[in-house]
Design a protein around this ligand. Structure first.
Ligand SMILES: Nc1ncnc2c1ncn2[C@@H]1O[C@H](COP(=O)(O)OP(=O)(O)OP(=O)(O)O)[C@@H](O)[C@H]1O
Length: 252
């Protein structure tokens, strides 16, 4: 039927190229976290106490740790969306920070098409054809760019969010669970784009495979602290398994 031209061929949307634009150089230190304590409010416990470290354009790290330890909170602090309770986070004024998180894709204006959304967000791009190319790099066909975002799949909405994020040309990418709704080929494509990116990257992910592909350091968020893990993500996983087994044995 398809070969005979009787039905429309269903085009695979798997072959996409993630792409992060060249961000240019900014001299270090890019971000300094100095004596930072953080809690959401006075009646809540401290999530962090006395954090002290820095990030620059060479930073390639993954934050890991138990659920609720504060990984997403740390990304929001770095992005300036939350402010330290005490202490300072100093960011070089020339630095652009881009944070990807699941709500970006969920909170897109569903009535607009991807093309309309991007034209609205970036009015400096005047030509629709130019914008179509920009979004097309994320594997959305012409038809997918023109239909209301509500008609797109979750994975396709993530790509709209990624094209929006990368067109801001951030120097530091903060990626909070970027692999939800992405298939394995698309995740590999994202890993490739991160590895080609010339800026810094901090990743929060439960996908240890992605972490192993892109992170040069593992930092553990736990007990109000952030500590560098002396090993790779697989040795961290082994240590977690040992810890759980030990806890189970002590309860038996
Ligand atoms: N807006 C908020 N107001 C109050 N408490 C919050 C708020 N957001 C998060 N928290 C709490 O802060 C703690 C840290 O949350 P956060 O989402 O940063 O952890 P996480 O390590 O990213 O967790 P997960 O791995 O489950 O995503 C949790 O106890 C969470 O319930």
């Amino acid at each position: 039927m398809v070969d005979a031209g009787l039905t429309e061929r269903v085009t695979s949307d798997k072959t996409l190229m993630f792409y992060f634009y060249e961000c240019g150089k900014v001299p270090p230190p890019v971000i300094m976290v100095q004596n930072v304590d953080f809690r959401y409010s006075e009646d809540k416990p401290f999530i962090y106490k006395d954090l002290d470290f820095g990030f620059d354009l060479d930073t390639r790290l993954a934050l890991v740790g138990p659920n609720g330890a504060g990984k997403s909170t740390l990304l929001k602090l770095i992005a300036g969306e939350l402010h330290p309770t005490t202490g300072l986070i100093r960011t070089n004024p020339h630095v652009k920070i881009g944070r990807y998180h699941q709500h970006l894709a969920e909170n897109l204006d569903m009535d607009l098409s991807a093309l309309e959304f991007m034209m609205k967000e970036f009015p400096e791009v005047k030509e629709r054809d130019e914008m179509r190319k920009i979004i097309g790099r994320y594997g959305l066909s012409g038809q997918q760019q023109m239909c209301p975002i509500r008609n797109l799949s979750d994975g396709q909405r993530c790509r709209v969010a990624f094209s929006w994020l990368s067109w801001q040309t951030p120097h530091i990418l903060l990626l909070d669970e970027p692999t939800n709704h992405l298939d394995i080929e698309t995740i590999d494509s994202l890993a490739n784009a991160i590895n080609l990116f010339d800026g810094g990257m901090i990743l929060v992910s439960h996908d240890f495979r992605l972490i192993s592909q892109v992170a040069q350091e593992i930092w553990v968020c736990e007990n109000q602290k952030v500590t560098k893990w002396e090993g790779d993500i697989f040795s961290y996983k082994e240590a977690l398994v040992k810890r759980v087994n030990k806890e189970l044995a002590s309860k038996a």
